[in-house]
Design a protein around this ligand. Structure first.
Ligand code: NAD
Length: 296
């Protein structure tokens, strides 16, 4: 069923996601602060409007894809005031769990339905329409969101109530950050021991060291031809975004009283890498810092 959707935040992720909604027959009214993003969206068939409020007016569903929690709260505060009761608000940005819950509360106070639905799959997945969505919110809100999420992604999970999508996202990415550092340390140690990359990969990829960071995203060139290591560590998934997610996980751990010592260490290590000026590189490039060749 074609729906009228307001889409706010048409950046690297939001732009192609909005384009996929247009491709599946929906009417999309889009807004971003950056004129170049608006031009690309227009080319993709989005009706470009002059403000977030205008994008939301007349829309049955409003989707936000913004940098961080404060942007989401700012935009949701404006639009929740302006849209009719029953409008469905979906936030797909990666934000802290507390902001996600605050956004749900803003929606509820205006009798709107709401879903937090962050994604994994990166810009490639956004373009291809193969993102994974992790959603939190009430059943009725999720039921309304699901067909739209499926138009932009391949796997859609309802993880629980308000904030559960963000919780799933940061827990998953904490595993990813920690496991990538583990795989990098193993290759760096193997190199010092005279072990070839191929030999370590062949053994570990079918042994108990097997994990996604190794077999889908190998941080050394060769064993997994599509991994960013074969392409000068061009992202992929930028180290700065990994750092953002690890810090969100730490904020959540602190607030919830959870002990996550390796998550904390991973956040420190990625913070150092980012501080050395490598935030724009793929997150697997951390191997260069761990083996002491980060400038090369
Ligand atoms: P981006 O910076 O390319 O896009 C964000 C857009 O929001 C920008 O175009 C910006 O102009 C716009 N914006 C900011 N404030 C606004 C406002 N008040 N009104 C309208 N537009 C506004 O970032 P992105 O890579 O598209 O990421 C978006 C979100 O998705 C982030 O939370 C990020 O952590 C998450 N994410 C990104 C990736 C990735 O690989 N890029 C992967 C998974 C999740």
């Amino acid at each position: 069923m074609a729906r009228t959707i307001g889409f706010i935040g048409l950046g690297n992720m939001g732009g192609p996601m909005a384009a996929n909604l247009v491709k599946t027959g929906h009417r999309v009214r889009g807004f971003d602060l950056v004129p170049a993003s608006l031009d690309l969206a227009r080319e993709a068939g989005v009706t470009v409007v002059g403000s977030a409020l205008e994008a939301a007016q007349g829309a049955e569903v409003v989707i936000t894809m913004l940098p961080a929690g404060r942007h989401v709260i700012e935009v949701w505060t404006q639009i929740a005031e302006a849209v009719p009761e029953g409008t469905l608000l979906i936030d797909s940005s990666t934000v802290d769990v507390e902001s996600a819950r605050k956004a749900h509360a803003l929606a509820k106070a205006r009798s709107c339905l709401s879903v937090d639905a962050p994604v994994s799959g990166g810009t490639g997945g956004a373009k291809a329409g193969t993102l994974t969505f992790m959603a939190g919110g009430e059943e009725a809100a999720f039921a309304g969101a699901e067909p739209l999420l499926k138009a932009m992604g391949k796997n859609v999970f309802h993880c629980g109530q308000a904030g559960a999508g963000q919780a799933a996202k940061i827990c998953n990415n904490m595993i990813l950050g920690i496991s990538m550092i583990g795989v990098c340390e193993a290759f760096a140690l193997g190199e010092k021991l005279g072990l070839s990359h191929e030999a370590l990969y062949d053994v570990a990829s079918v042994s108990s060291g097997q994990c996604w960071s190794l077999t889908s995203y190998c941080p050394v060139p060769g064993p997994v031809p599509a991994s960013p290591a074969n392409n000068g560590y061009k992202p992929g998934f930028a180290a700065a975004l990994m750092l953002k997610d690890l810090r969100l996980a730490q904020a959540a751990a602190l607030a919830a009283g959870a002990s996550t010592p390796l998550g904390a260490e991973a956040a420190q290590i990625y913070g150092l890498f980012d501080g050395l000026g490598h935030g724009g590189e793929d997150f697997s490039a951390i191997i260069r810092m761990l083996r002491g060749t980060e400038g090369q």
